[in-house]
Design a protein around this ligand. Structure first.
Ligand code: BG6
Length: 504
């Protein structure tokens, strides 16, 4: 988003008394010494700061259990930022506290009030909970017991309600997600809760919307009559790295499929929302998530594959007999007019051949009359490449130059790099800015979270039972051979990474 667009967006926000969107803001980052804060949140804030996109009156309070002074924390942070910037570091104070044990939260409250006093303002308070999901409910209770959910004490009847940002995973199954949802809604209204799925902040993911609903030519063919199937892939070359403790309890299905992949499916399949605003978008997304057919216990072994990369058991903080999957493939169907009978293959894995996230839509082959004698027809595809080398490609058949008539597949590509010379903001930059501006359209609703778990829970249940086999695969491959067998049994084959586009 360009600065002009952001400023336009800010100018459309209603002014709120004594603070609010774009106005005086206090951001508390709980879990400030963790991986997420270090790798994603602070760098995103830093980029926003360097582009003058943060509110003028701003305090960032880094909070975690580790003992630090402002100075020592700023020094640590300085190491991780791409460039040195004293002005940015000065915005950040450090408070040692334990949000799960309610230690020193009263001090946090005082710290924010002090900033409000100095700046003579009532800040928009934002609590970014970059903490382990296991302590989240407790942390929310503790914020509330210190009245931190209420917002600025002087004006809180007047519109500066605190905002809370939470990160996936939202629970570990439907039941725990419901319990977390209830806990949050006990203290915050839905419009104060920002559930992040960082994939929704990615530029190309938002372009799915523009591509589908900003171009009239696709709508007539975006359905079961023309589309054969859809493949959604998130492959990573890296393994679990330092996140063994979290990952071993989570697995690929809960880590990626339940959120990122189901969100990508939703954006691909949803109907056009009436308006470009939170409620309309959420409504249409929920319609799709609720119409995904839940797999039966008998279908699950046939419609899914789970794998683990060789060497996973030797990784740090992984149980020696772990059965956690690092690869997950599921085949889903949507029960509605548009998509009846069309399979959506969702697959993800770590330590695969490389990093790629893409949505590939394969169209049906109609057996063209004119070319049927020359060679097999070549089905058309649309590739939406989310990363790397972001872009959209359409695979077409073209006549190969020469005296014979032969068809060859060619790609028509739109690549971000060559079409636009503006750098793409990182997903976290956009999402954090949206929280500051109070725009929830790229955040997930509680209903979406629950609908997603309803699809995942039965699969997890079968996967945990003896009915399901965990297959080992070699690092650097495309996962277990069973995944190839599954798609071959449907007379299809994997298209990613074959259809990788924008190879620049
Ligand atoms: C996170 C997962 O949500 O997404 C990680 O917890 C994964 O396991 C990461 O590595 C991938 O994100 P990206 O933006 O690099 O595709």
């Amino acid at each position: 988003m360009s600065k002009t667009q952001v400023l336009e967006k800010i100018s459309k926000q209603p002014a709120s008394p004594g603070g609010g969107q774009g106005g005086p803001t206090a951001i508390v980052i709980a879990g400030a010494t963790g991986d997420l804060a270090r790798k994603r949140i602070f760098p995103a804030l830093f980029e926003l700061f360097t582009n003058n996109l943060l509110p003028q009156k701003l305090k960032i309070i880094a909070a975690a259990r580790t003992k630090h002074t402002d100075k020592s924390f700023r020094e640590v942070l300085n190491e991780t930022l791409s460039r040195k910037n004293e002005e940015f570091l000065k915005l950040i104070d450090y408070l040692s506290l334990d949000v799960a044990q309610n230690i020193n939260l009263a001090n946090l409250s005082k710290h924010i009030e002090q900033f409000e006093k100095i700046t003579n303002s009532c800040t928009q308070r934002i609590f970014y909970m970059a903490i382990a999901p296991t302590i989240l409910e407790k942390a929310v209770e503790n914020l509330a017991s210190n009245n931190l959910h209420l917002g600025c004490p002087i004006h809180h009847q007047q519109n500066t309600k605190s905002r809370i940002i939470i990160e996936k995973p939202y629970g570990t199954d439907l039941k725990s997600a419901q319990s977390l949802g209830q806990k949050l809604l006990q203290y915050f209204n839905e419009d104060q809760i920002y559930r992040i799925d960082h994939y929704l902040g990615k530029e190309t993911v938002q372009n799915i919307f523009a591509f589908r609903f900003g171009n009239d030519i696709f709508e007539p063919i975006w359905n079961k009559d023309f589309i054969d199937h859809v493949q959604i892939t998130t492959a990573e070359g890296i393994g679990v790295e330092k996140r063994g403790e979290f990952y071993d309890k989570t697995g690929a299905l809960r880590d990626i499929t339940q959120n990122h992949l189901l969100q990508l499916l939703t954006l691909t399949a949803m109907e056009e929302p009436e308006k470009f605003e939170t409620e309309s978008i959420r409504k249409k997304k929920l319609e799709i998530l609720s119409s995904i057919k839940e797999l039966t216990f008998d279908e699950i072994p046939k419609f899914s594959v789970r794998g683990q990369y060789e060497g996973y058991l030797a990784e740090e903080k992984i149980a020696s007999n772990s059965k956690t999957e690092t690869y997950a493939l599921i085949k889903l169907f949507i029960k509605n007019q548009r998509w009846q009978g069309i399979p959506f293959y969702l697959r993800t894995g770590k330590k695969l051949m490389g990093k790629v996230t893409s949505i590939i839509i394969q169209f049906k082959e109609s057996g063209h009359k004119l070319y049927k004698n020359f060679q097999d027809t070549i089905p058309n595809h649309i590739t939406i490449q989310i990363q790397p080398n972001e872009g959209i490609g359409i695979r077409l058949a073209a006549k190969k130059p020469g005296l014979t008539t032969q068809l060859e597949p060619v790609d028509m590509e739109f690549c971000y790099k060559t079409s636009f010379d503006t750098p793409q903001p990182d997903a976290y930059e956009r999402l954090i800015l949206d929280v500051i501006l109070g725009d929830q359209s790229l955040f997930i609703s509680q209903e979406e979270v629950e609908a997603s778990w309803k699809i995942i829970d039965p699969i997890e249940e079968v996967w945990q039972s003896s009915k399901s086999k965990l297959t080992l695969y070699k690092p650097g491959t495309w996962g277990p051979s069973q995944a190839d067998d599954l798609i071959k049994a449907d007379s299809r084959h994997w298209l990613a990474p074959l259809l990788t586009i924008c190879k620049i």
